[in-house]
Write a protein that binds this ligand. Sequence first.
Ligand code: 3HC
Length: 316
Amino acid sequence: MKIEDLEKKFQDRIDAGEKIEPKDWMPEKYRKTHIRQISQHAHSEIVGMLPEGNWVTRTPTLRRKVGLLAKVQDEAGHGLYLYSAAETLGISRDEMFRQLHTGKAKYSSIFNYPTMTWADIGTIGWLVDGAAIINQVMLTRTSFGPYARAMVRICKEESFHQRQGFEMILTLCNGTAIQKEMAQDALNRWWWPSLMMFGPRDEESPNTEQSVKWKIKRKTNDELRQQFIDITVEQAKVAGLTIPDPDLKWNEERGHHDFGAIDWSEFWRVVKGNGPLNKERLKARNDAWDNGEWVRDAAMAHSEKQAQKEELKKAV
Ligand code: 3HC
């Protein structure tokens, strides 16, 4: 069959809402886009554990420690599902790690910001996981089967992450004046970087048009960002917090909130590796890889020994 016919048949399947499975024929660009997006999504989950890990030994109560530990462990699991989904497209786990450790692969810009106070941990759950849920619920309907299925499990756990974060924020806002001030300070620092999580404006996105055509994206970056803003503005009101955007206002005609200009120079500075903590995050991942070599060797030696035992059993 000619390539044009294969591509037409593939697009017909996408238009009919069929799920594409790893062994199905797919355009090389479709495969490459998924390897890029899914591996970077996985890297985001793994690097995303670092800002929170910093506070596991500093939680104000045992209950908060249990919640934070559970969340950080969930993120590791999300990374595992996503690396496994990416591997179905022919890239090895080691290659994905190499791309992350050498700075070749991206991870979400949001994880390059510091967690200065305990309120940051609540704000990460509320805003960062809140933004991730908006994006990931959309991805439960993405056209690549393994990715869509991984998202179903991940979204269930993300909603716990967002709920525990928002509960922390409400606790602070209903606490002392200093605690409320801490929550407002965290919102002031995390609001704009959270909006940047959805990626550049649609007109500046080199990938969105094709990703929408292939139903990789069922909504565009700007549509998801707007959905996040409209939901989060109401939550901030419940907490009695002020969103740090003087241009934020409800637009009856649009049925959405208008909002101020995002500093895209900051976005690209962070994406290109020059954010507040990019170097520290990459070093932490490289150190973990180097210090964990003995664990990988032991696990490999064990599995080789097991395989030899199985062979011997078969030979007898
Ligand atoms: N941080 C870093 N890089 C970003 C970015 C961000 N917030 N937003 C966009 N980019 C990069 C893209 O990767 C792309 O670069 P590349 O082509 O070299 O990979 C470039 O900027 C142009 O952006 P596009 O919008 O054209 O790229 P995409 O079509 O890939 O859309 C995306 C970007 C919306 C982030 C999309 O990749 C996506 O939906 N990814 C899956 C979800 C995801 O990765 N979320 C990250 C957070 S996960 C998380 O928060 C974990 C939770 O448990 C806390």
